[in-house]
Design a protein around this ligand. Structure first.
Ligand code: NAD
Ligand code: UD1
Length: 357
């Protein structure tokens, strides 16, 4: 029996595939590579020494999706696939609703047809919208501020209705805070197409010389130094949270939402300092106007995940920055080049294993 990973080639998906394989799970990946590179999965294969099937399938193609379920014994699904750029979602809302909502509906229909009723879904802290109290717990009011956020909220609602209609479903909705960092090996990491929208990939690209300086979006927020505060979480901790959620979902079969965050908030300038310490490079920055739609502060109350899933984030901001820097410096152009890269964490290239795909 295998776990199907949608969007498995992406940033969080590839790290989760690695953790699942290392924990002994069998996996099947589908991805349309609209925002990722198959090289990430090659590297997961090399790092784990384990092979798995990858399908070049779009969630909008229901027939192909059915074929995947016909060819494999799927026991549960971790659903990462989706578009995630806030600005783009404002410009292209129909693309976002089509891809994220229709894609998810297709997946749920096929799962239902094949009687696969265990699901872990990638939601986001963005569903909390404007919040005035912190830390944010799961029972806070929701309300998204842009089409991307609304796709997440709508999918959460769809999942709740589905569960009400049939309690054989087991569903974990994971609300991620701000994932950053990379696997220790420096072999897999975040590889955004074009100029990054998010803070950490922007900083790492300044450090590696691809961008000249960081624009800090506003310094008049009611925070320690006036810059925005977020709950940054190491992507490997986040990936491990999926394994715990999967275990819970498969054993209890309820619908629950969980915050995956550390519970600590760091300002933009605190992140810049931590990154400078980790990389020993200076990050030139300029304070510019606040970004429209940004909240001042956002950090999680992660207690529910601790109590119910037995999960806590273990890695601190320094390790997040060190790992982000290792990934970027070993792969200045992301997955496009360095095909012969050997991680300093592997003893030699003989440690690599490429299975038969
Ligand atoms: P990502 O873009 O790296 O990964 C998403 C993957 O889904 C990509 O490989 C992409 O090619 C694939 N995909 C997109 N649409 C598809 C479709 N129709 N059919 C098949 N594959 C498709 O993003 P990520 O950072 O790994 O995020 C994974 C999930 O977590 C997304 O749903 C995202 O919205 C959510 N999330 C991410 C963050 C973050 O900061 N990275 C925060 C909160 C929530
Ligand atoms: C963004 C998305 C959010 C998504 C989250 C995780 C927006 C408006 N929100 O949130 O929906 O769930 O990513 O993917 O895009 N910053 C700078 N300069 C930069 C980039 C960011 O100063 O070049 C600041 C931001 O103002 C913010 C902090 O850094 O205070 C973090 O920004 P970012 O990484 O984009 O994440 P979020 O704003 O939390």
């Amino acid at each position: 029996m295998a776990i199907l990973i949608t969007g498995g080639a992406g940033y969080i998906g590839s790290h989760t595939c690695l953790e699942l394989l290392n924990a002994g799970h069998e996996i099947v990946v589908i991805d349309n590579f609209s925002n990722s590179n198959p090289e990430s999965l090659e590297r997961v294969c090399k790092l784990t020494g384990k092979d798995f099937k990858t399908y070049f399938v779009d969630l909008l193609d229901k027939e192909m999706l059915e074929k995947v379920f016909l060819e494999n014994e799927i026991e549960a699904v971790i659903h990462f696939a989706g578009l995630k750029a806030v600005g783009e979602s404002v410009e292209l809302p129909l693309l976002y609703y089509q891809n994220n909502i229709t894609g998810t509906l297709n997946l749920l229909e096929v799962m239902k047809h094949f009687n696969v009723k265990k699901l872990v879904f990638s939601s986001s802290a963005t569903v909390y919208g404007l919040t005035e109290r912190f830390p944010i717990s799961e029972d806070f009011p929701v309300g998204a501020l842009n089409p991307y956020g609304r796709t997440k909220l709508m999918i959460e609602e769809i999942l709740k209705d589905l569960y009400i209609s049939d309690q054989e479903w087991g569903i974990s909705i994971l609300r991620y805070f701000n994932p950053i960092g990379a696997h220790k090996s420096g072999m897999i990491g975040e590889d955004p197409f074009g100029v990054p929208n998010n803070l950490m990939p922007y900083i790492t690209q300044v450090a590696v010389g691809k961008l000249t300086q960081l624009n800090v979006f506003g310094n008049h927020y009611p925070t320690v130094d006036g810059t925005g505060v977020r709950d940054y979480i190491h992507v490997v901790d986040l990936a491990k949270g999926h394994l715990m959620a999967l275990k819970k979902t498969c054993s209890t079969g309820k619908l629950e939402s969980y915050n995956l965050g550390t519970g600590n908030g760091y300002s933009v300038l605190e992140v810049v300092s931590a990154f400078e310490r980790a990389s020993k490079r200076k990050i030139p920055f300029k304070i510019v106007e606040a970004r429209k739609g940004d909240v001042a502060i956002c950090f999680a109350d992660p207690l529910k995940a601790k109590k119910e899933l037995g999960w806590v984030a273990e890695k601190g901001i320094d390790e997040m920055c060190e790992d982000a820097w290792r990934w970027q410096s070993l792969n200045p152009n992301g997955y496009d080049v360095n095909k012969d890269l050997v991680s300093p964490y592997l003893k030699s290239s003989e440690d690599f294993f490429v299975g038969n795909k």
